[in-house]
Design a binder for this molecule. Structure first.
Ligand SMILES: [Fe+2]
Length: 258
């Protein structure tokens, strides 16, 4: 099975030209590439920061652009999003009984578990007891299926002090759940705006790039205003090949955008 991993689209309103490059234009270019070469993908998974400020007009822009994808899509919020306008704009997006945008799906024998890690008004992520309980129940209900976890915030420090200061902070609690559920085969995240891979708790993970632009690659500074943007990146997305055993091949693809 092929699926697409999109992350950190950071859309503003259609006519808002601040914060170049225009995130709508870069996303349109990315979607054109996806449709032309990967229209056979089963699903597109969007790991948060759909908008830049979580505003309804920004989600309206997302509705317009994602409607042009040739495959269905599912999403979770990032720290720049807000739950209510996301659910207003994408009313088919499931949420749990506590209002968190947690949901699970099965594609080609693999369980896709989508986790809401946001903290309204803050940039770091967390998983409160209600969300941990939801995850435990979801995993217990599909213990026989190879499982992928999707979350916006990485649960570990990546050696990038600014981004590490706004990571998902319930790492010990999540680690305990991961250790109890060996069916978890892979994790997919966003938030960093750059391609990264690694292993956490024995589970391989990838971090998707942003379809707009890279975050500064800075391993020295913790304050956002001090970051040095020495290596700007092209708009990016991921193409993922899987099989029912839970094997994963992940290709990062960039698009030309001037
Ligand atoms: Fe982001």
């Amino acid at each position: 099975m092929k699926f697409i991993h999109l992350s950190d689209t950071h859309l503003l309103a259609r006519d808002d030209l601040s914060r170049p490059p225009h995130a709508g234009d870069t996303l349109r270019t990315v979607i054109d590439e996806i449709n032309e070469y990967h229209g056979d993908a089963e699903i597109c998974v969007i790991t948060g920061d759909i908008t830049h400020h979580g505003r309804p007009e920004q989600f309206d822009h997302a509705v317009e652009l994602f409607a042009t994808l040739e495959m269905p899509f599912i999403m979770i919020p990032g720290n720049h999003d807000s739950r209510a306008p996301l659910l207003d704009a994408f009313p088919d997006t499931p949420h749990d009984d506590n209002g968190f945008i947690n949901h699970g799906h099965t594609f080609d024998g693999i369980r896709f578990v989508m986790l809401d890690t946001i903290v309204p008004g803050a940039h770091h992520g967390t998983m409160c007891q209600a969300r941990l309980d939801w995850l435990k129940h979801e995993l217990a209900s599909h213990r026989d299926l190879p499982t992928f976890l999707f979350m916006h915030h990485p649960p570990l420090e990546m050696g990038l002090p600014f981004l590490d200061s706004i990571r998902m902070d319930a790492d010990a609690e999540l680690a305990a759940i991961v250790q109890d559920n060996p069916q978890i085969k892979h994790m997919f995240m966003g938030h960093l705006h750059r391609p990264s891979t690694g292993v956490w708790q024995g589970i391989p993970f990838v971090v998707g790039g942003s379809s707009q632009k890279g975050e500064p690659f800075d391993m020295r500074h913790e304050k956002e205003e001090d970051l040095e943007d020495r290596a700007p990146l092209k708009p990016m997305f991921g193409i993922v090949l899987t099989d029912p055993a839970g094997n994963v091949r992940y290709h990062y693809e960039t698009v030309q955008f001037d």
